[in-house]
Design a protein around this ligand. Structure first.
Ligand code: 3HC
Length: 371
């Protein structure tokens, strides 16, 4: 658990724990009102909500929804890129791509573990994914047709992911926020390798330049859709921002991403496929063309180019991995793990909040892309 200051201990006691909610001496109604007030005060004061703190059921459910979708995106996202590992053009590119795909598996693990602290099991989340009852990001339902797609995914998809996810390092739920710190650092490397790959292609033969441009043409609009529906159609944004799960709206982050990408595209010598893209002096932002929200909704309904392929492959991987889970469970029964950190002082188990905030400040969106 987090390093605990005297102040936080007092607040933690006032906030109560999830277990203390039922049958407390004040009776459920009195306890709930006090706990809700303590929760609201903690969120307002930018404190972290931790797994054993009391939290509203709807807050817990919304976090599980978002974190499960996020975790599923990480592991489904391994598929389009893994498609190119065996065809990477050099040993160096292959090693980089393998490391990146392995990172995505790791991100899935951090996020499933963080979601499990809310009382849902990984099995349950995976079952819901496989049954089509939980989502994963729309972006991973598009095919990777050429090697340049690996570059476009790194630059645009991972770039969009960082833009969306850096603010999640300040999410009000502690385990999610802390998982995001490491994930964002790794995503930053992913974005950078994609940018460098496209830069290399852009300086290559006319055929290589055309391949890079074609990949950017296909990935640009789906990357803008990653940020979710426009604000006026976003069902969860207002509540998630009140709870400080989300810190910015979908449209704010999408605009930020467009503004970041325009100079980067110029440096790459590539064109973003939007004739309406231009600087708006008055707004201090780039205007951009209309997004095809019908396409987005179709992908969400399961009708994207690769939805079926992605889920089929995921279910197959899960079935084929059953023997590994069985072996691990059987091993764990025979060799119970010692209680971790049983005697460790709280301050060495986790970094304090201030470091987390610094980590976010030191991980600006797409900061490394032009380095
Ligand atoms: N793909 C699929 N579903 C999407 C979506 C997208 N790009 N954007 C929104 N949705 C869904 C929402 O989940 C919600 O459906 P639900 O009610 O069934 O859950 C519905 O559309 C309405 O959208 P809202 O704007 O109301 O939803 P949110 O407030 O949750 O905002 C979000 C959507 C911005 C994606 C937010 O959930 C979020 O920030 N999630 C965490 C980041 C994440 O999941 N990223 C996925 C990509 S991970 C990744 O890119 C891996 C990296 O390696 C590249």
């Amino acid at each position: 658990m987090a390093a605990v200051t005297a102040d936080q201990t007092t607040q933690g006691q006032a906030r109560g724990t999830a277990q203390a909610t039922a049958g407390g001496p004040d009776g459920p109604a009195g306890a709930d009102v006090a706990q809700q007030a303590a929760f609201d005060a903690a969120v307002a004061a930018d404190e972290r909500i931790e797994p054993r703190d009391w939290m509203p059921d709807a807050y817990r459910a919304s976090l599980v929804r978002q974190m499960a979708q996020h975790a599923h995106s990480e592991i489904i996202g391994m598929q389009p890129e893994a498609n190119w590992i065996s065809r990477a053009p050099s040993l160096r590119r292959k090693a980089i791509l393998m490391a990146k795909v392995q990172d995505e598996a790791g991100h899935g693990l951090y996020l499933y573990s963080a979601a499990e602290t809310l009382g849902t099991s990984r099995e349950e989340m995976l079952d819901k994914l496989h049954a089509g009852r939980q989502r994963y990001s729309s972006i991973f339902n598009y095919p990777t047709l050429t090697w340049a797609d690996v570059g476009a995914i790194g630059w645009l998809v991972d770039g969009a992911a960082i833009t969306n996810q850096v603010p999640l390092c300040r999410c009000s739920y502690g385990p999610y926020a802390r998982a995001m710190v490491r994930i964002c650092k790794e995503e930053s490397f992913h974005q950078r390798q994609g940018y460098e790959l496209l830069l290399t292609l852009g300086r290559g033969t006319p055929g290589q330049r055309a391949m890079a441009q074609d990949a950017v043409n296909r990935w640009w609009w789906p990357s803008l859709m990653m940020f979710g529906p426009p604000d006026d159609a976003s069902a969860h944004s207002a509540q998630s921002m009140t709870w400080k799960i989300k810190r910015h709206s979908n449209d704010e982050l999408r605009q930020r991403f467009v503004d970041i990408c325009v100079p980067q595209a110029e440096a790459l010598g590539l064109t973003l496929p939007d004739p309406d893209l231009r600087w708006n002096e008055e707004r201090g932002h780039h205007d951009f063309g209309a997004i095809d929200w019908t396409e987005f909704q179709e992908v969400l309904k399961g009708n994207g180019p690769c939805n079926e392929q992605r889920l089929t492959q995921r279910r197959r991987a899960h079935e084929e991995g059953a023997w590994v889970r069985d072996a691990a469970a059987s091993y764990a029964l025979k060799h119970p793990a010692p209680t971790r950190h049983a005697h460790a002082p709280a301050h060495i188990t986790e970094a304090p909040h201030t470091e987390m905030h610094q980590a976010e400040m030191h991980t600006p969106p797409n900061a490394e892309a032009t380095a």
